[in-house]
Design a protein around this ligand. Structure first.
Ligand SMILES: [Zn+2]
Length: 242
């Protein structure tokens, strides 16, 4: 499948030494993690509250019980495994051809696949901190806690995930922009490029090759050399690292 597209992508990757991969929800859907914004994603399901509202800072503060009920069930997919896309990107980094993965996902699957330089724009479900004393808790603790997870000091534990109304981490933004600015190839995958400001980062790219791989058309004309409308794991899985 997609023979011609894969052949062109292979040429681009063979010609690259500093690839940066910028990925969104579509990278994880092949691992069974629901896409927030797609038609069959969890935003379109019925809840007492709208998911966008639940996953906001003010809602978290006002109704941590409802937040955690939703968050633990819908956003903490701890059994998910990396797919062919995650694995190939880790392989490219190992081979010295990929300098960074920038992701909008919070599931930690790139690290689980072996990627080391991963900039998580929206944080991670794997980091959780007590709001009172700052103590760290892992995802398993939060998921297993009955109701609202609390620190042994009594403080409320908050996931290090960027909620609505919260700003992205400045250091992560800086690192992402620097990686993109220094890349010779930028591959954008599994995102419809609708999430700002993250989507605006690609304007910093000055390299040779820009490729977009996404199941549905991207919302933004980015002037890509190669656009592939297909699931990303299916495409990257066919790439040879050499
Ligand atoms: Zn504490």
């Amino acid at each position: 499948m997609y023979e011609e597209e894969v052949r062109k992508l292979q040429e681009i990757i063979d010609d690259s030494k500093r690839i940066v991969f910028f990925g969104g929800a579509g990278v994880s859907t092949e691992s069974g993690i629901p896409d927030f914004r797609s038609a069959d994603g969890i935003y379109h399901q019925q809840y007492k509250y709208m998911p966008e509202q639940v996953v906001s800072h003010s809602f978290f503060m006002a109704h941590p019980d409802v937040f955690y009920e939703f968050y633990k069930e819908k956003m903490m997919c701890l059994d998910a495994e990396p797919n062919a896309a995650h694995r190939k990107l880790a392989e490219l980094e190992d081979a010295g051809k990929l300098s960074a993965v920038i992701t909008q996902n919070i599931d930690g699957l790139h690290q689980k696949a072996g990627s080391r330089r991963v900039y998580e724009l929206h944080g991670s479900i794997h980091r959780n901190y007590c709001q009172k004393c700052g103590r760290f808790y892992d995802a398993a603790f939060v998921k297993a806690a009955p109701g609202i997870p609390r620190c042994e000091c009594g403080g409320l534990i908050k996931p290090d995930v960027v909620l609505y109304e919260e700003s992205l981490d400045a250091g992560t933004i800086q690192n992402s922009i620097r990686a993109i600015a220094e890349a010779d190839t930028l591959i954008i995958g599994g995102t419809s490029l609708v999430v700002y400001p993250a989507a605006g980062f690609i304007d910093y790219f000055r390299g040779r090759h820009l490729a977009v791989i996404n199941k549905s058309a991207t919302a933004r004309e980015v002037g890509a050399e190669l656009t592939i409308s297909a699931p990303i794991g299916e495409i990257l899985g066919q790439i040879k690292v050499r």
